[in-house]
Design a protein around this ligand. Sequence first.
Ligand code: PLP
Length: 420
Amino acid sequence: MDGFEYKQGDLYADDLLIADLADQIGTPFFVYSAQGIRSNFRRLQSAFGQRQHQIHYAVKANPNLGLLACLSKLGAGFDVVSGGELTRALKVSNPEDIVFSGVGKSEEEIRLALEHNISSINIESAAELKRIQTIAQSMNKSATVAVRVNPDVDAKTHEYISTGLKENKFGVDTETAIGLYQQIQSLPNIKAPSIAYHIGSQIMQLGPMIDAINKVLVLVDQLLELGIVIKHLDLGGGLGIRYQDENPPLFEDYVQALVSTVDKQHPHLHISIEPGRSIVGNTGLLISKVEYLKNNSGKHFAIVDAAMNDLIRPALYKAWMNICEVQQNDSKSRRDYDVVGPICESADFLGKNRSLAIEQGDLIAVQSTGAYCSSMASNYNSRPRPAEVLVDGDKFHIIRQRESYNDLFDREIIPEFSAS
Ligand code: PLP
């Protein structure tokens, strides 16, 4: 919990009492700590010392414009994976600080990237290269690209967020990459000064990251032998965080591992990284109210007003998220609860067998919900998505209004039906 702490049993975000925020905003809502975000970003920055580097925050982790603006002020660039994310990033960032990853960019998305002259389009197939050349030529533009290489390294993470194995859809193998870089030499509208890769998310060990760099450095040498000079490596994101009792590498050790591996062989290469989860993951809480407590034949349920549509990680990845009381009170009886939402699915749980001392009407906080939570929220069961709040010291900003019922069907159209 970066930016959150208990003081005499009451949970605070920076200097503000969460219970007070809940009174003003209603529940459920996501609350983020600006101080936590700044502290994480600055620690990561300073781990690089004097080494040239760029940090492109992975917008998919949490794309809220309030957070992007906060990160942009700190000097972050952005890694985007869709036209929507690109449009968001352009609202707070210079185009030259934006890179565009993703395996399935549409013509419209490529055109948007070229229109704004973003820093790099990270291509993932021969077909995408061909498409970019055609579009760039039609726009009379020069596209700067990196080839995303799949280094075939096991990131040792959940299979759904492992992206660097050859059976994954991402990137191209090194042989194909060599072919693409050779092809690019003769394409008039493309230049490719970089290689990119990203092997997965919630990575707990530095070994796979180092293996991936070493494989990519071999590629740098192979290209050099062919007269193709690579100036920059985009090392992706992926550093894990603690949800329960994991021990992720510290920023300092992570950066030291990346930098020393690159610098041993190619100290003049520029490097960039694309962290998401490790910057914002632990700087967010989902605050929810206990609607009912219920006992089904000895099994205790806390039915809360947040659900799998707001927080899908437990249902999607069987992810364990810590759940705590917002106001601790020893006089309340403690029990093991399945903390569940109101959605009509048994997958709708935020946590199972959690020891909590709670009563109906109390507030709970799901921890580590800064990354891949609000960004994955949906309107399933026609539930309006929660408000999002950024606390900064003793002030707070509502950075996303809670959706209304009207928002749910505002874009829907009822056709005229005849009676027959
Ligand atoms: N870069 C790319 C291309 C990604 O797909 C992702 C997410 O998987 C990231 C960066 C960010 O990863 P993380 O949030 O684990 O740092």
